[in-house]
Design a protein around this ligand. Sequence first.
Ligand SMILES: *[C@@H]1O[C@H](CO)[C@@H](O)[C@H](O)[C@H]1NC(C)=O
Ligand SMILES: *[C@@H]1O[C@H](CO)[C@@H](O)[C@H](O)[C@H]1NC(C)=O
Ligand SMILES: *[C@@H]1O[C@H](CO)[C@@H](O)[C@H](O)[C@H]1NC(C)=O
Ligand SMILES: *[C@@H]1O[C@H](CO)[C@@H](O)[C@H](O)[C@H]1NC(C)=O
Length: 472
Amino acid sequence: MLVTGCLFTIALVFGTLVTFTTGLTDWQHISSFKQQTDYGRMCYRTVQNPYVYFGTKTTYGAVAGNDLQTPPDCRPLQVWMVSRHGTRYPSKKKIEELKKLNELKTMITAESTMCPEDIVAIKNWNTNLTKDDHYMLQRQGVEELKSLAVRLKRQFPQIFNNPYTENNFKFLTSHKQRAKDSATVFYQTIFNRNPENELPIVQTSDDRFYLYKCKQGEDDDDDTKGQGEVKKFEDGPLVRSVVSRVSMAMGLKQNLSYENVSLMLESCKYEKAWYIQSRPPWCAVFTQYDLEILEYIEDLKYYYANGYGNSIGESMGCPIVKDLIDNFKNLARGKNGPLGLFYFGHSPNVLSVVARLGIGKDNTPLLSTNFEQMKTRKWRTSFIDPFASNVIAVFYKCRDGNKAMIFLNEHSIPMGKDDCRSCPWEPIEAQFNAITSNNQTCNLDMCKNSAILSSINLVVVIFAYVIHELCI
Ligand SMILES: *[C@@H]1O[C@H](CO)[C@@H](O)[C@H](O)[C@H]1NC(C)=O
Ligand SMILES: *[C@@H]1O[C@H](CO)[C@@H](O)[C@H](O)[C@H]1NC(C)=O
Ligand SMILES: *[C@@H]1O[C@H](CO)[C@@H](O)[C@H](O)[C@H]1NC(C)=O
Ligand SMILES: *[C@@H]1O[C@H](CO)[C@@H](O)[C@H](O)[C@H]1NC(C)=O
């Protein structure tokens, strides 16, 4: 028994080692440096429309729509919204890492293929972030929530010209400061005053909005370790070609590490989001094609973490979509409900709603190997989940019955069989009620179970380790 245990453990450990080392060797092979023409590189300082689709760090204004409206002969009764916090600062760790760019900027050689203006800009680049900034809502993020509130107020005066009372307007926010601050800015703009009490914070038992039990709390800068398809894509030929082109852009004879190229991208993305009119120096090392390739990494990441690539992706959004459906059902039955419900959280909160509503679903799965084929994919985090991303649903009482509209980042979303945009409520209710009415399944219990499972896994691993020690 003990001997079999030993053999099994050794096989297990060996298997893990083999997987681990094959992962490494891909990076280790160094072949001779070939001069290539750096086609398609333009001067970033002067290029007309620089690329702005930066996944979850895209600035809201670059992708938002303009569709918030009330259909003719209708009156809005309720506005329901789930919003991600606005543009933020990086994590503590990332703020520290970004300082490494000060070293990397000195490595640019005379062989650089960038234009002189871009090189000067990089050489003059610096960071003035401090640890205290980490994960805080940045000024642009404040603007995003303010201007969203202004637009809502203008489009739905019948809702927003009412005074704040706890019965009229329900707020709920994640416990993170950037979400609380986003909620507060939104509140201040709508009601022209500060909240009297702290806005309600989500309870850990609330399956609608507290997704940590599914390991999906927030968009975490430090969780950059790609898994599965993400890792394969990062290690694959396309991303390696980006690394190689960036290295050449800097005039290096060796390839940079992917980690360093990724840091340059972070600097580029964040500064573009903070100062939307700016030309962040580090963006200049990338061609547009490079940025398109790197954008796909985040699409893969969220596709498998929160989207259709994960069996719990759609289920995770059931409790929050049930909240929406139940609220609208109440109104449809002639009951009174709040005028507005506003939830402020993080990427996974918005994505859970998006996936449960069936938005951004492709017929082909996103894979590490089909980037070119998926060029026109619907699952693009830049468009689905920029900073301050939101899903807004509005229930209308109309002359010809009840209607509902759903907006993603202020784009109206086609719903139901007929792809209608201002839809009669009844078929929408029937469609989603079928999913949300089952309170055996419309919860996050599957994640509680998987948490138990993974702790069982951990026990097995520890147990195996102990046996292994005993064998030796
Ligand atoms: C850099 O990476 C590219 C793409 O993987 C490879 O073709 C090239 O040989 C590498 N250059 C050096 C100097 O290792
Ligand atoms: C940091 O730099 C930016 C851009 O140059 C500037 O707008 C901002 O005020 C600076 N922040 C501090 C705290 O100096
Ligand atoms: C890049 O990053 C790695 C790991 O973070 C570091 O060891 C290396 O020295 C850096 N420099 C270059 C040029 O790749
Ligand atoms: C299931 O949902 C129905 C209707 O929403 C409710 O009346 C019932 O109490 C729920 N059952 C459980 C076990 O929560």
